[in-house]
Write a protein that binds this ligand. Structure first.
Ligand code: UGA
Length: 435
Protein backbone atom coordinates (compact mmCIF):
# COMPACT_ATOMS: atom_id res chain seq x y z
CA UNK A 1 0.00 0.00 0.00
CA UNK A 2 1.01 3.61 -0.41
CA UNK A 3 1.15 5.16 3.03
CA UNK A 4 1.79 8.73 4.10
CA UNK A 5 2.83 9.21 7.74
CA UNK A 6 2.48 12.78 9.01
CA UNK A 7 4.80 13.73 11.89
CA UNK A 8 8.23 12.17 12.37
CA UNK A 9 8.30 11.97 16.16
CA UNK A 10 9.12 8.63 17.72
CA UNK A 11 5.70 7.12 16.95
CA UNK A 12 5.51 8.43 13.36
CA UNK A 13 9.09 7.62 12.48
CA UNK A 14 8.96 4.11 13.92
CA UNK A 15 5.65 3.46 12.13
CA UNK A 16 7.04 4.81 8.84
CA UNK A 17 10.23 2.73 9.02
CA UNK A 18 8.51 -0.50 10.11
CA UNK A 19 5.71 -0.22 7.54
CA UNK A 20 8.33 0.41 4.84
CA UNK A 21 10.20 -2.66 6.05
CA UNK A 22 6.98 -4.69 5.58
CA UNK A 23 7.12 -3.73 1.89
CA UNK A 24 4.75 -0.76 1.80
CA UNK A 25 5.66 2.41 -0.06
CA UNK A 26 5.94 5.06 2.67
CA UNK A 27 6.37 8.83 2.61
CA UNK A 28 7.21 10.49 5.92
CA UNK A 29 5.99 14.09 6.19
CA UNK A 30 7.85 16.42 8.53
CA UNK A 31 7.39 20.18 8.66
CA UNK A 32 10.34 21.04 10.96
CA UNK A 33 13.17 21.96 8.52
CA UNK A 34 16.01 20.77 10.76
CA UNK A 35 14.42 17.37 11.35
CA UNK A 36 13.56 16.94 7.68
CA UNK A 37 17.05 17.80 6.51
CA UNK A 38 18.51 15.27 8.96
CA UNK A 39 16.14 12.56 7.75
CA UNK A 40 16.99 13.31 4.15
CA UNK A 41 20.71 13.21 4.77
CA UNK A 42 20.71 9.87 6.55
CA UNK A 43 20.68 11.07 10.17
CA UNK A 44 18.00 9.94 12.63
CA UNK A 45 16.71 12.93 14.62
CA UNK A 46 15.97 10.77 17.67
CA UNK A 47 17.41 7.77 19.42
CA UNK A 48 15.49 4.49 19.25
CA UNK A 49 17.15 1.14 19.68
CA UNK A 50 17.23 -0.79 16.37
CA UNK A 51 15.68 2.02 14.33
CA UNK A 52 18.85 3.10 12.54
CA UNK A 53 19.12 -0.19 10.66
CA UNK A 54 15.45 -0.30 9.59
CA UNK A 55 15.68 3.34 8.49
CA UNK A 56 18.88 2.83 6.49
CA UNK A 57 17.65 -0.32 4.73
CA UNK A 58 14.22 1.05 3.82
CA UNK A 59 15.63 4.33 2.52
CA UNK A 60 18.19 2.38 0.47
CA UNK A 61 15.52 0.10 -1.00
CA UNK A 62 13.48 3.22 -1.82
CA UNK A 63 10.51 2.09 0.25
CA UNK A 64 10.86 5.17 2.46
CA UNK A 65 11.29 8.84 1.57
CA UNK A 66 10.67 12.15 3.32
CA UNK A 67 9.03 15.45 2.40
CA UNK A 68 7.52 18.55 3.96
CA UNK A 69 4.86 18.76 1.26
CA UNK A 70 1.76 17.06 2.68
CA UNK A 71 -0.46 18.09 -0.25
CA UNK A 72 1.86 16.50 -2.79
CA UNK A 73 2.31 13.36 -0.69
CA UNK A 74 -1.47 12.89 -0.44
CA UNK A 75 -1.79 12.59 -4.23
CA UNK A 76 -0.57 8.99 -4.16
CA UNK A 77 -1.87 7.83 -0.77
CA UNK A 78 -4.07 4.84 0.09
CA UNK A 79 -3.66 5.55 3.79
CA UNK A 80 -2.68 8.72 5.62
CA UNK A 81 -1.47 8.19 9.16
CA UNK A 82 -1.52 11.18 11.49
CA UNK A 83 1.22 11.00 14.13
CA UNK A 84 1.70 14.66 15.06
CA UNK A 85 2.24 15.88 18.61
CA UNK A 86 -0.66 16.45 20.99
CA UNK A 87 1.05 18.20 23.91
CA UNK A 88 -0.52 19.43 27.15
CA UNK A 89 -1.74 22.98 27.53
CA UNK A 90 -1.09 24.64 30.91
CA UNK A 91 -4.65 23.83 32.08
CA UNK A 92 -4.17 20.10 31.30
CA UNK A 93 -6.21 20.28 28.08
CA UNK A 94 -4.76 18.48 25.07
CA UNK A 95 -3.46 20.84 22.40
CA UNK A 96 -4.99 19.51 19.18
CA UNK A 97 -3.88 22.40 16.96
CA UNK A 98 -1.48 20.26 14.91
CA UNK A 99 -4.15 17.58 14.41
CA UNK A 100 -6.62 20.24 13.22
CA UNK A 101 -4.11 21.81 10.88
CA UNK A 102 -3.17 18.48 9.26
CA UNK A 103 -6.83 17.40 9.03
CA UNK A 104 -7.73 20.69 7.30
CA UNK A 105 -4.90 20.30 4.78
CA UNK A 106 -5.81 16.67 4.08
CA UNK A 107 -9.42 17.65 3.31
CA UNK A 108 -8.44 20.56 1.08
CA UNK A 109 -5.97 18.46 -0.90
CA UNK A 110 -8.07 15.27 -1.12
CA UNK A 111 -8.78 14.35 -4.75
CA UNK A 112 -9.33 10.58 -4.40
CA UNK A 113 -10.79 8.37 -1.65
CA UNK A 114 -8.43 7.20 1.09
CA UNK A 115 -8.31 6.26 4.77
CA UNK A 116 -7.11 8.56 7.55
CA UNK A 117 -5.59 6.60 10.44
CA UNK A 118 -5.16 8.49 13.71
CA UNK A 119 -2.03 7.39 15.59
CA UNK A 120 -1.65 10.56 17.66
CA UNK A 121 -3.13 10.25 21.14
CA UNK A 122 -6.36 12.25 21.00
CA UNK A 123 -9.03 12.53 23.72
CA UNK A 124 -12.13 10.32 23.43
CA UNK A 125 -14.61 12.05 21.15
CA UNK A 126 -11.97 13.69 18.93
CA UNK A 127 -12.46 11.30 15.98
CA UNK A 128 -16.20 12.01 15.82
CA UNK A 129 -15.48 15.72 16.00
CA UNK A 130 -12.83 15.54 13.23
CA UNK A 131 -15.23 13.67 10.95
CA UNK A 132 -17.94 16.26 11.53
CA UNK A 133 -15.66 19.29 11.20
CA UNK A 134 -13.30 18.11 8.44
CA UNK A 135 -13.50 14.69 6.82
CA UNK A 136 -17.24 14.58 6.08
CA UNK A 137 -16.85 17.87 4.23
CA UNK A 138 -14.16 16.72 1.77
CA UNK A 139 -14.92 16.53 -1.97
CA UNK A 140 -14.18 12.79 -1.97
CA UNK A 141 -15.03 10.05 0.56
CA UNK A 142 -12.49 9.88 3.40
CA UNK A 143 -12.76 7.03 5.90
CA UNK A 144 -11.51 7.58 9.45
CA UNK A 145 -9.90 5.05 11.78
CA UNK A 146 -8.57 5.39 15.31
CA UNK A 147 -5.52 3.16 15.70
CA UNK A 148 -3.89 4.06 19.03
CA UNK A 149 -0.23 3.29 19.61
CA UNK A 150 1.21 1.55 22.65
CA UNK A 151 4.92 1.86 21.85
CA UNK A 152 7.33 2.63 24.65
CA UNK A 153 10.10 5.12 23.97
CA UNK A 154 13.51 3.48 23.74
CA UNK A 155 12.15 0.07 22.72
CA UNK A 156 9.55 1.25 20.22
CA UNK A 157 10.83 -0.91 17.35
CA UNK A 158 10.63 -4.07 19.46
CA UNK A 159 7.18 -3.02 20.65
CA UNK A 160 6.03 -2.46 17.06
CA UNK A 161 6.64 -6.14 16.27
CA UNK A 162 5.48 -7.49 19.64
CA UNK A 163 2.36 -5.57 20.68
CA UNK A 164 0.00 -7.00 23.31
CA UNK A 165 -2.87 -6.02 21.00
CA UNK A 166 -3.66 -3.96 17.93
CA UNK A 167 -6.71 -1.76 18.37
CA UNK A 168 -8.69 -0.42 15.43
CA UNK A 169 -11.66 1.86 15.97
CA UNK A 170 -13.85 2.34 12.94
CA UNK A 171 -17.50 2.59 11.94
CA UNK A 172 -17.06 0.41 8.86
CA UNK A 173 -15.86 -3.22 8.92
CA UNK A 174 -14.25 -3.16 5.46
CA UNK A 175 -12.16 -0.10 6.29
CA UNK A 176 -11.09 -1.74 9.57
CA UNK A 177 -10.02 -4.84 7.65
CA UNK A 178 -7.94 -2.76 5.25
CA UNK A 179 -6.14 -1.05 8.14
CA UNK A 180 -5.54 -4.40 9.83
CA UNK A 181 -3.80 -5.55 6.63
CA UNK A 182 -0.99 -3.15 7.60
CA UNK A 183 -0.25 -5.47 10.50
CA UNK A 184 -0.63 -8.79 8.67
CA UNK A 185 3.01 -9.68 9.47
CA UNK A 186 2.51 -9.08 13.21
CA UNK A 187 1.19 -11.75 15.52
CA UNK A 188 -1.06 -10.17 18.11
CA UNK A 189 -4.74 -10.08 19.04
CA UNK A 190 -6.47 -7.62 16.71
CA UNK A 191 -9.42 -5.88 18.28
CA UNK A 192 -11.97 -3.77 16.44
CA UNK A 193 -14.48 -1.40 18.00
CA UNK A 194 -16.05 2.03 17.48
CA UNK A 195 -13.84 5.11 17.18
CA UNK A 196 -14.48 6.68 20.60
CA UNK A 197 -13.93 3.39 22.42
CA UNK A 198 -10.58 2.94 20.66
CA UNK A 199 -9.57 6.44 21.75
CA UNK A 200 -10.59 5.56 25.30
CA UNK A 201 -8.52 2.33 25.28
CA UNK A 202 -5.36 4.42 24.87
CA UNK A 203 -6.17 6.82 27.71
CA UNK A 204 -7.45 4.09 30.01
CA UNK A 205 -4.29 2.02 29.43
CA UNK A 206 -1.90 4.86 30.23
CA UNK A 207 -4.02 6.04 33.16
CA UNK A 208 -4.12 2.51 34.59
CA UNK A 209 -0.36 2.06 34.29
CA UNK A 210 0.15 5.45 35.95
CA UNK A 211 -2.26 4.34 38.68
CA UNK A 212 -0.20 1.22 39.32
CA UNK A 213 2.91 3.38 39.74
CA UNK A 214 1.27 5.87 42.10
CA UNK A 215 -0.37 3.05 44.03
CA UNK A 216 2.91 1.25 44.65
CA UNK A 217 4.53 4.56 45.58
CA UNK A 218 1.87 5.12 48.23
CA UNK A 219 2.41 1.58 49.54
CA UNK A 220 6.17 2.30 49.62
CA UNK A 221 5.58 5.48 51.59
CA UNK A 222 3.44 3.53 54.02
CA UNK A 223 6.10 0.80 54.22
CA UNK A 224 8.50 3.43 55.56
CA UNK A 225 6.07 4.35 58.32
CA UNK A 226 5.20 0.83 59.46
CA UNK A 227 8.65 -0.70 58.95
CA UNK A 228 7.96 -2.90 55.90
CA UNK A 229 10.13 -3.26 52.80
CA UNK A 230 8.61 -2.46 49.39
CA UNK A 231 11.30 -4.56 47.72
CA UNK A 232 9.76 -7.61 49.41
CA UNK A 233 6.17 -6.41 49.21
CA UNK A 234 5.89 -5.35 45.53
CA UNK A 235 7.19 -8.55 43.90
CA UNK A 236 4.99 -10.71 46.13
CA UNK A 237 1.95 -8.58 45.34
CA UNK A 238 2.80 -8.80 41.64
CA UNK A 239 2.86 -12.61 41.77
CA UNK A 240 -0.92 -12.51 41.86
CA UNK A 241 -1.73 -13.04 38.18
CA UNK A 242 -4.67 -10.68 38.48
CA UNK A 243 -2.25 -7.89 39.45
CA UNK A 244 0.87 -8.80 37.46
CA UNK A 245 4.52 -7.95 38.16
CA UNK A 246 4.90 -4.91 35.91
CA UNK A 247 4.81 -1.23 36.84
CA UNK A 248 5.25 -1.89 40.54
CA UNK A 249 8.65 -0.24 40.79
CA UNK A 250 8.43 2.39 43.54
CA UNK A 251 10.49 5.58 43.53
CA UNK A 252 10.38 9.01 41.94
CA UNK A 253 7.33 8.17 39.85
CA UNK A 254 6.52 8.57 36.19
CA UNK A 255 7.71 11.19 33.73
CA UNK A 256 7.97 11.38 29.96
CA UNK A 257 5.84 12.78 27.19
CA UNK A 258 2.93 10.37 27.72
CA UNK A 259 1.77 9.50 31.24
CA UNK A 260 1.85 13.08 32.63
CA UNK A 261 0.12 14.45 29.52
CA UNK A 262 -2.45 11.67 29.21
CA UNK A 263 -3.42 11.55 32.89
CA UNK A 264 -3.95 15.32 32.92
CA UNK A 265 -5.74 15.14 29.55
CA UNK A 266 -8.13 12.44 30.77
CA UNK A 267 -8.77 14.37 33.96
CA UNK A 268 -9.66 17.40 31.84
CA UNK A 269 -12.00 15.36 29.61
CA UNK A 270 -13.70 14.01 32.74
CA UNK A 271 -14.20 17.46 34.22
CA UNK A 272 -15.40 18.79 30.88
CA UNK A 273 -18.00 16.03 30.81
CA UNK A 274 -19.16 16.88 34.32
CA UNK A 275 -17.42 13.95 36.01
CA UNK A 276 -14.85 14.21 38.78
CA UNK A 277 -12.33 11.40 38.24
CA UNK A 278 -11.08 11.43 41.84
CA UNK A 279 -8.85 8.37 41.55
CA UNK A 280 -7.00 9.87 38.59
CA UNK A 281 -6.60 13.20 40.39
CA UNK A 282 -4.96 11.34 43.29
CA UNK A 283 -2.64 9.48 40.88
CA UNK A 284 -1.41 12.81 39.48
CA UNK A 285 -1.01 14.33 42.95
CA UNK A 286 0.91 11.34 44.33
CA UNK A 287 3.26 11.42 41.35
CA UNK A 288 4.07 15.09 41.93
CA UNK A 289 4.63 14.45 45.65
CA UNK A 290 7.25 11.76 45.07
CA UNK A 291 9.61 14.40 43.66
CA UNK A 292 9.19 16.61 46.71
CA UNK A 293 9.70 13.57 48.91
CA UNK A 294 13.13 13.06 47.31
CA UNK A 295 14.08 16.65 48.16
CA UNK A 296 12.78 16.13 51.71
CA UNK A 297 14.90 13.01 52.15
CA UNK A 298 18.02 14.87 50.99
CA UNK A 299 17.18 17.81 53.26
CA UNK A 300 16.78 15.56 56.27
CA UNK A 301 19.87 13.43 55.70
CA UNK A 302 22.12 16.41 54.92
CA UNK A 303 20.71 18.54 57.75
CA UNK A 304 19.67 21.26 55.27
CA UNK A 305 20.32 22.07 51.62
CA UNK A 306 22.09 25.44 51.61
CA UNK A 307 25.62 24.99 50.26
CA UNK A 308 25.29 21.17 50.20
CA UNK A 309 26.95 19.46 47.23
CA UNK A 310 24.57 17.00 45.56
CA UNK A 311 25.26 14.76 42.57
CA UNK A 312 22.24 13.67 40.52
CA UNK A 313 22.68 10.52 38.45
CA UNK A 314 20.28 10.47 35.54
CA UNK A 315 18.36 13.23 33.77
CA UNK A 316 16.28 11.30 31.22
CA UNK A 317 12.77 10.30 32.37
CA UNK A 318 13.85 6.65 32.07
CA UNK A 319 16.92 4.74 30.87
CA UNK A 320 17.76 4.26 27.16
CA UNK A 321 16.39 7.58 26.00
CA UNK A 322 17.64 11.16 25.77
CA UNK A 323 14.11 12.43 26.49
CA UNK A 324 13.86 14.72 29.52
CA UNK A 325 10.25 15.76 29.11
CA UNK A 326 8.57 15.82 32.57
CA UNK A 327 11.61 13.97 33.92
CA UNK A 328 11.61 13.88 37.75
CA UNK A 329 15.34 14.81 37.78
CA UNK A 330 14.71 18.16 36.10
CA UNK A 331 12.06 19.25 38.63
CA UNK A 332 14.13 18.02 41.56
CA UNK A 333 17.32 19.77 40.44
CA UNK A 334 15.50 23.08 39.97
CA UNK A 335 14.06 22.69 43.46
CA UNK A 336 17.42 21.84 45.00
CA UNK A 337 19.10 24.83 43.33
CA UNK A 338 16.30 27.14 44.52
CA UNK A 339 16.91 25.85 48.04
CA UNK A 340 20.60 26.76 47.83
CA UNK A 341 22.21 23.39 47.01
CA UNK A 342 25.14 23.04 44.59
CA UNK A 343 24.13 20.45 42.03
CA UNK A 344 26.06 18.49 39.41
CA UNK A 345 24.32 15.93 37.21
CA UNK A 346 25.33 13.12 34.88
CA UNK A 347 23.49 11.31 32.10
CA UNK A 348 24.82 9.19 29.22
CA UNK A 349 22.45 10.66 26.59
CA UNK A 350 20.39 13.54 27.93
CA UNK A 351 22.97 16.23 28.78
CA UNK A 352 22.34 18.24 25.63
CA UNK A 353 18.57 18.26 26.07
CA UNK A 354 18.84 19.05 29.78
CA UNK A 355 21.27 21.96 29.45
CA UNK A 356 18.62 24.41 28.23
CA UNK A 357 16.16 23.34 30.94
CA UNK A 358 18.42 23.75 33.95
CA UNK A 359 19.99 26.77 35.65
CA UNK A 360 23.52 27.43 34.29
CA UNK A 361 25.04 26.82 37.72
CA UNK A 362 24.27 23.09 37.40
CA UNK A 363 27.38 21.30 36.23
CA UNK A 364 26.57 18.62 33.63
CA UNK A 365 28.71 15.73 32.45
CA UNK A 366 28.24 12.34 30.80
CA UNK A 367 30.76 11.00 33.32
CA UNK A 368 29.20 10.03 36.68
CA UNK A 369 32.53 10.00 38.50
CA UNK A 370 33.14 13.61 37.52
CA UNK A 371 29.89 14.84 39.08
CA UNK A 372 30.37 12.69 42.18
CA UNK A 373 33.65 14.40 42.97
CA UNK A 374 33.22 16.29 46.27
CA UNK A 375 29.51 15.46 46.54
CA UNK A 376 27.99 14.96 49.99
CA UNK A 377 24.94 13.20 48.63
CA UNK A 378 23.95 11.39 45.48
CA UNK A 379 20.45 11.05 44.10
CA UNK A 380 19.89 8.22 41.63
CA UNK A 381 17.11 9.66 39.44
CA UNK A 382 17.30 7.35 36.39
CA UNK A 383 18.26 3.69 36.67
CA UNK A 384 20.75 3.61 33.78
CA UNK A 385 22.49 0.19 33.95
CA UNK A 386 25.93 1.87 33.93
CA UNK A 387 25.01 3.78 37.11
CA UNK A 388 23.92 0.64 38.93
CA UNK A 389 27.28 -1.02 38.32
CA UNK A 390 29.47 1.96 39.29
CA UNK A 391 32.52 1.16 41.39
CA UNK A 392 30.84 2.33 44.58
CA UNK A 393 34.05 1.96 46.57
CA UNK A 394 35.66 4.45 44.20
CA UNK A 395 32.57 6.66 44.49
CA UNK A 396 32.96 6.72 48.28
CA UNK A 397 36.57 7.83 47.83
CA UNK A 398 35.46 10.73 45.64
CA UNK A 399 32.62 11.89 47.88
CA UNK A 400 32.61 13.85 51.14
CA UNK A 401 30.76 13.20 54.41
CA UNK A 402 28.04 12.29 55.20
CA UNK A 403 28.09 9.99 52.12
CA UNK A 404 24.33 9.97 51.51
CA UNK A 405 22.69 7.95 48.75
CA UNK A 406 19.04 8.64 47.93
CA UNK A 407 18.02 5.85 45.57
CA UNK A 408 15.13 7.35 43.60
CA UNK A 409 14.53 4.12 41.70
CA UNK A 410 15.16 1.52 44.42
CA UNK A 411 17.68 0.07 41.99
CA UNK A 412 20.84 -0.09 44.12
CA UNK A 413 21.94 -2.67 46.67
CA UNK A 414 21.26 -1.20 50.14
CA UNK A 415 23.26 -3.82 52.01
CA UNK A 416 26.39 -3.45 49.91
CA UNK A 417 26.26 0.34 50.05
CA UNK A 418 25.70 0.40 53.80
CA UNK A 419 28.66 -1.93 54.25
CA UNK A 420 30.77 0.50 52.23
CA UNK A 421 29.86 3.23 54.71
CA UNK A 422 27.13 5.08 52.82
CA UNK A 423 23.89 6.26 54.40
CA UNK A 424 21.46 4.54 52.03
CA UNK A 425 17.89 5.73 51.63
CA UNK A 426 15.46 4.29 49.10
CA UNK A 427 11.70 4.71 48.80
CA UNK A 428 10.11 2.32 51.28
CA UNK A 429 13.23 0.18 51.52
CA UNK A 430 14.26 -1.39 54.85
CA UNK A 431 16.17 -0.95 57.05
CA UNK A 432 18.26 1.99 55.97
CA UNK A 433 15.72 4.79 56.16
CA UNK A 434 14.81 6.16 59.56
CA UNK A 435 12.47 9.00 58.53
C1 UGA B 1 4.22 4.84 27.91
C2 UGA B 1 3.48 3.51 27.80
O1 UGA B 1 4.19 2.51 28.53
C3 UGA B 1 3.34 3.08 26.34
O2 UGA B 1 2.56 1.88 26.26
C4 UGA B 1 2.65 4.19 25.57
O3 UGA B 1 2.53 3.87 24.19
C5 UGA B 1 3.45 5.48 25.72
O4 UGA B 1 3.55 5.82 27.11
C6 UGA B 1 2.69 6.56 24.97
O5 UGA B 1 1.56 6.87 25.36
O6 UGA B 1 3.17 7.01 23.92
P1 UGA B 1 6.80 5.59 27.85
O7 UGA B 1 6.32 6.96 28.18
O8 UGA B 1 7.79 5.41 26.78
O9 UGA B 1 5.55 4.64 27.44
O10 UGA B 1 7.45 5.04 29.18
P2 UGA B 1 7.28 3.84 30.21
O11 UGA B 1 8.33 2.84 29.96
O12 UGA B 1 5.89 3.34 30.25
O13 UGA B 1 7.62 4.59 31.58
C7 UGA B 1 6.93 5.78 31.95
C8 UGA B 1 7.45 6.31 33.27
O14 UGA B 1 7.02 5.51 34.35
C9 UGA B 1 8.97 6.40 33.38
O15 UGA B 1 9.33 7.65 33.96
C10 UGA B 1 9.34 5.27 34.33
O16 UGA B 1 10.51 5.53 35.07
C11 UGA B 1 8.12 5.25 35.22
N1 UGA B 1 7.88 3.94 35.89
C12 UGA B 1 7.59 2.83 35.14
C13 UGA B 1 7.91 3.85 37.28
O17 UGA B 1 8.15 4.84 37.98
N2 UGA B 1 7.66 2.64 37.86
C14 UGA B 1 7.38 1.54 37.14
O18 UGA B 1 7.15 0.46 37.75
C15 UGA B 1 7.35 1.62 35.75
Amino acid sequence: MKIVVVGMGYVGLVAACCLARSGHQVIGVESAPEKLSKLRSGILPLYEEGLEEVYRKTVESQHLSFTDDLREAIEVADIIMIAVGTPSLPDGRVDLSQVYEVSGTICEAADHPFIVVMKSTVPPGTGKYLIERFFSKARVPISYVSNPEFLREGIAVWDWYHPDRIVVGCDDARTAEKVLELYSDIEAPKVTMDITSAEMVKYASNAFLATKISFINEIANLCELVGADIKAVAPAVGMDKRIGPHFLQAGLGYGGSCFPKDTKGLDFVSTFNGYSFNLLKAVIEVNAKQRILAVRKLHKLLGGLVGRRIAVLGLAFKPNTDDIREAPAIDIIRYLVDEGAEVAAADPLAIRNAASQLPPCVKLSPDPYEVLHGAQAVLLATEWPQFIVLDWGKVKGLMREPFVIVDGRNALDPEKLTELGFIYCGFGVLPKFRG
